[in-house]
Design a protein around this ligand. Sequence first.
Ligand code: NAD
Length: 345
Amino acid sequence: MFDVLDHCQVNELHVRDDAASGLKAIIAIHNTRFGPALGGCRFIHYDSEHLALEDAARLARGMSYKAALADVPQGGGKAVIMKPKESVDPSALFAEFGRFVESLQGRYITAIDSGTSAQEMDIIAQHTAYVTSTSAAGNPSPYTARGVFEGIRAAVKHKFGTPSLQGLRIVVQGVGNVGFVLGKLLDRAGADVIVSDVNARAVDLAMGAFASGVVAPEEASSTPCDVFAPCGLSKAIHDENCDQLQCAIIAGSANVQLAHHELGAFLHQRGILYAPDYVINAGGLIYASLNYHQAPTQRIQEKVQGIYATLDQIFSESERDQLPPSQIADRIAEHRLAHALDHAA
Ligand code: NAD
């Protein structure tokens, strides 16, 4: 256990094992230097407790970096609930999880993630105020899409000299909550939007609303285009498809777009501009954080639009220092974290 925590630099771990409700949950807190740790609650099946712990610790660190780059008053944390094989009463399970979150007295704020939705957050909210993404709080996806749109403009400006998307060919892989809204924004900005999705209905909806063409899921990453926007599942770029990429830019909403860290350097060497995932997809976090703090909508929108400037800085430093944007983003996050006062101290 301690090697995982050391590796992820997580030094605060909370565990709740409640036989009555069936809850087996872990909350990992990476840092609270800028404010309470904020991060989603996963409710998925894990093959072992070790894998659950690893997921919580790795994701908690990721949330710290994301919050530091997005410049929101939050630290990084994550919760995982090990989904039992047998069916359980979700009301009892998430009520107990709400009490667990409450017991941390605000050091951690929970939110939706894989396997949870506003419905579960509403149950949790009956037991703690330290929760976002409830039905009342609203859907963060349009904000994520807007942030990705701004990030694509920043990448396009860096690569082609102007942020205009007019006439550019953009492949959106995955037209769900984020990809669909993003596609509409890109279309409105004059781009030629091609879509790909494993779900035929999602493709039909996109074709009816904004898309000019479709590519099969296995061809999405190798389709010639100006921008490839992964908005489906994780690890869209991996060892098997990285040689076939025919895009100038990779910029999308998916979490963990690169199957491993070295691919950042590979893309850089090939001259493909990669917008680091946790920077470009921070719109949802910005919305969750600022909405939690009751900031006005205009302030939230401005902050999301700030993703353009953040990526512009990352791309400029990348060019100056001849380092991949992914490394520059990590460097900025680590610098900010190292120099922050410990809020919790
Ligand atoms: P979603 O489930 O609504 O949409 C994902 C879409 O991708 C679905 O239509 C699905 O059918 C499709 N898909 C899955 N595998 C695919 C494949 N191999 N090829 C093509 N399409 C595929 O999810 P979402 O909320 O739109 O999120 C998309 C991504 O962005 C996820 O990785 C998510 O973690 C990340 N993200 C989302 C938010 C948010 O606010 N929703 C915030 C930050 C990051």
